[in-house]
Design a protein around this ligand. Sequence first.
Ligand SMILES: CC(C)(COP(=O)(O)OP(=O)(O)OC[C@H]1O[C@@H](n2cnc3c(N)ncnc32)[C@H](O)[C@@H]1OP(=O)(O)O)[C@@H](O)C(=O)NCCC(=O)NCCS
Length: 286
Amino acid sequence: MQLPAGFAITPMRENELGILGEWAAAEGWNPGHSDLAIAWQTDPQAFVALREGDRLAGGGSIYSYDGLFGFMGLFIMRADLRRQGLGATLWHWRQDTLLQRLRSGATIGMDGVFNMVPFYERGGFKPAYRDLRYQGIAAGRRSPRVVSLAPAEFGDIEAYDKAFFPVPRTAFLRGWLSQDGARVTGIREGGKLVAYGVARPCRVGFKIGPLFADRADLATDVLSDLAARIAGRQVQIDIPEPNSAGLAISKALGLAMSFGCVRLYHGPDPGLPVDRIFGVTSLEFG
Ligand SMILES: CC(C)(COP(=O)(O)OP(=O)(O)OC[C@H]1O[C@@H](n2cnc3c(N)ncnc32)[C@H](O)[C@@H]1OP(=O)(O)O)[C@@H](O)C(=O)NCCC(=O)NCCS
C-alpha cells in the first residue's frame, strides 16, 4: 500500500524512543527501564518511525547483530490509526530494510502476539515455538552456590552466552549486563560458568532474562536466588514452551502464565538449545 499524503517512514529520532516505550507499556508489555536505550546505543539504526507530518504514527525496531542476525520488535501503531493498512506498510518496509542491513541469507527472528501470526507467516516467517510469560510476586531462597557476577567476569559470561544466541552479541550484552539496577548472577562448577541469569528493573517490577543453565537444578537455584534478591516485587520471565522443566521451575516459585508470543524465524531456524534456555533475554531483541 502507498502511504497516504502526509505520512512518511523514516529513521526514528532518539527523543521519540520514550513515546514508543509508552506505547509498549500501554500494550502491557512492561519494557525494561533501559531496554530501548541499550538497543539505541548499540544499533542506532534499529528504530523506524512512521510519521504523520511531524507526529509519530507508528514504530518498530529492526535490530541488527552486526549484520549476522536480525530481530524485529516493538511493532506498534498509534491506537487511533489501526486497521487502515498503515501497519502492514510499515512492517514490510521494516522487513525489507532489515534484510538489506543483514548479510545475504541471515536469519531474522521475532516474537509475535498470537493474533498477528498469520500476517507474519504471509511475510515469510515460520513459527518455531511459543515463548510463555510467567508472572508473580518474587519470593525465593538465596543459594550459597549462586554468586554475583562482576563486570570483570564479562569475558566468561560472553563465552557462555554464545551457546544460547544465534550469533555473538558483545556490545548488546555489555550494555544489558551493566544497566542500572541489574542483578547479574551465576553458578560456577570447577571454575567454569554453568548457569547465569539477569534480573532487570522494568516499568513494573523486574523481568528475568536471560536465564541460561546447563541443567534444571542450576536454573532452579539461579531463579530462586534472583527472586530472593528482588523479593516482594512483581517478576516476569519469558520461557520457551518446549522447556517443560523451565515452566515447572517458574510454577514452583509461585509464578503463573500471564501472556505469550510465538517465536518466528525468517530464514534458517538457528536451532537454539531451548532445553537450556529457562528465560529469554527479551521478546523485543531476542
Ligand atoms: C499490530 C499493529 C501494529 C498492526 O497495525 P495496523 O495498522 O492496525 O495493521 P494493518 O491495518 O496494516 O493490518 C496489518 C495486518 O494485521 C492484521 N491485524 C491487525 N490487527 C489485528 C488484530 N487485532 N487481530 C488480528 N489481526 C490483526 C490484519 O489482518 C492485517 O493483515 P492483512 O492485511 O494481511 O489481513 C497494530 O494493531 C498495533 O499496534 N497493535 C498493538 C501492538 C501489537 O500487538 N503489535 C504486534 C506485536 S507482535
